[in-house]
Design a protein. Structure first.
Length: 268
């Protein structure tokens, strides 16, 4: 069996830190690495105890996208036919779908360059923090491919607006950490050694809320980004909120409020 390219840590109950570990390749991912990542995310998604996932990279890169060396021959030529190329796309596609559909809140701690699929991974997260050394690159448009890959054309305009997204995707220019914070792509930037602690601080703030609250807040947010109008958004909010009022955790929160103490969540 080949050596794993991932590291999993569980700093506390409900919290998992998943680190890409191909530092020598700036965490660029080949097909076996992406399949391992997909299998790991599948296992985490099936684990109902996991409420927050922090995704980060080892070394100077968050993820440099596809490892081009893995798909070029000795002469530097791309040799995959259309069928194999589509299969390659589907491997990366499956990871984006899985990460985006996680019930756990996903925090990307972007420690370095995020290129192509790496940029896509960061955009699939619910929250992004970035080191001052981080940068975001569309990548593909600079090498004769479409900038629309790995969900970038879906997520980026929703996060920063279509006007900015068009400019970034058509030019392929990099976004440094300072600009990423200014345009709302990341929630905050930190010094490199403070990045993971900042992400873990946010994770613990999420964990301090009830499991129902965080899960359904995430679902409502993502669904209402695509709501056809305010009425549909309000209808979804109303249904979710009525169910929340019926939970034991809400009853406990109301009692804790009256007793001036912190609630004890039971997850039901």
């Amino acid at each position: 069996m080949s050596e794993s390219c991932l590291s999993l840590q569980r700093p506390q109950e409900g919290l998992v830190v998943l680190q890409l570990q191909r530092a020598a390749r700036m965490n660029a991912m080949d097909v076996p690495a992406m399949r391992e990542l997909k299998a790991t995310l599948d296992a985490l998604a099936a684990d109902r105890s996991v409420r927050v996932l922090v995704l980060t990279g080892e070394g100077r890169g968050f993820c440099a996208g596809l490892d081009l060396k893995s798909v070029l021959d000795a002469q530097g030529h791309y040799g995959l036919d259309a069928t194999a190329s589509y299969e390659l796309q589907m491997v990366f596609d499956s990871v984006m779908r899985r990460l985006r559909s996680m019930d756990a809140a996903v925090i990307a701690a972007v420690n370095g360059v995020a290129v192509g699929a790496g940029f896509g991974l960061s955009l699939c997260a619910d929250i992004r923090f970035a080191s001052r050394s981080a940068s975001f690159h569309v990548g593909a448009v600079k090498v004769g491919l479409s900038a629309g890959e790995c969900g970038i054309s879906y997520h980026l305009p929703r996060l920063i607006g279509a006007g900015r997204a068009f400019e970034l995707m058509l030019t392929g220019r990099p976004i440094d950490a300072q600009e990423a914070e200014r345009i709302g792509l990341v929630a905050a930037i930190t010094e490199p050694d403070e990045l993971l602690p900042r992400a873990l601080e946010c994770a613990r703030q999420i964990l301090s809320n009830s499991p129902y609250s965080t899960l359904h807040t995430k679902r409502v947010m993502w669904n209402n980004l695509d709501a056809p109008g305010l009425e549909a958004a309000l209808d979804l909010e109303n249904h979710v909120q009525v169910l929340a009022l019926m939970t034991e955790d809400f009853s406990e929160a109301a009692l804790a409020f009256s007793q001036k103490r912190a609630p004890q969540w039971r997850g039901r």
